[in-house]
Design a protein. Structure first.
Length: 256
């Protein structure tokens, strides 16, 4: 009877302990911004270029977090479809100075993101580029704070950066290392993909060159913008770029 009672009481306790260890704060292996905020990140696919596509994923996420108007539509069913934001993708390409072949210079991304959010949505955001050496200590914190990023990566292991992706998750696999979760923006299925969080190098697929943060500077109350400033948005982009003249041009990329 004693052994039977011990077995009966032991297994529920053991299962409860396992559940607690798996759920305890700080012990979770996989973290996504959706876990933190309950908001999905949209994935887009078109020929506009990987820079605008990745940027639009960030805009679509923040649009759902109360920063309405960043993509001209509202609600997940509207935000998630490329066909509903095609005009905004073209506008993002202009802000990022993406050329007709889909190439986007990485040092155009921060100022382009900020100017687009301000002029098209009326919101103030801060965007910054970080090389991989700085990114290692930053990446987890941004995801834990519910803030997706853009990574410039080498998707085919060529040794050169060639693709922008939205990044919104990490997975600490212990001895296997840290992995980042992303969309490749080659479809719009919202299928989370994983790659080793490692620096760009020859024969290393999805190696990371740099990351771009995108952080709101205030609660989602639109900043009033005079109509003349909206009409002169291209000039503001130039001013924003000039303000960030010290940023290094880390590389360029286009969708392959």
């Amino acid at each position: 009877m004693f052994r039977k009672a011990l077995k009966t009481s032991f297994f529920p306790i053991a299962l409860a302990c396992i559940f607690f260890l798996c759920q305890a704060p700080g012990l979770a292996q996989v973290v996504t911004v959706t876990d933190i905020t309950g908001i999905e990140v949209p994935e887009y696919y078109s020929g506009v270029g990987c820079g605008p596509l990745a940027a639009a994923s960030l805009m679509g996420y923040w649009d759902q977090r109360g920063y309405e108007g960043l993509l001209g539509v509202s609600g997940w069913d509207q935000v998630r479809l490329t066909s509903h934001v095609s005009a905004e993708l073209d506008i993002l390409a202009e802000y990022l100075n993406t050329d007709s072949d889909g190439w986007t210079l990485s040092n155009n991304v921060p100022s382009g993101l900020e100017a687009y959010a301000l002029n098209e949505g009326g919101y103030e955001f801060d965007a910054e580029n970080y090389s991989f050496s700085y990114l290692e200590s930053l990446f987890r914190g941004e995801i834990d704070a519910g803030r997706p990023m853009m990574f410039l990566v080498d998707w085919d292991g060529s040794g050169s950066s060639n693709h922008f992706v939205p990044v919104f998750a990490y997975d600490d696999r212990g001895a296997e290392g840290l992995f980042y979760g992303y969309y490749d923006n080659w479809n719009e299925e919202e299928g989370l993909l994983w790659a080793d969080f490692t620096n760009l190098a020859h024969d290393v697929e999805w190696g990371v060159s740099l990351g771009t943060t995108f952080v709101p500077l205030s609660e989602p109350d639109p900043v009033p913008i005079p109509g003349t400033l909206v009409l002169l948005s291209s000039g503001l982009i130039g001013l924003a770029a000039a303000r960030r003249f010290r940023r290094r041009a880390f590389g360029e990329a286009r969708c392959g």
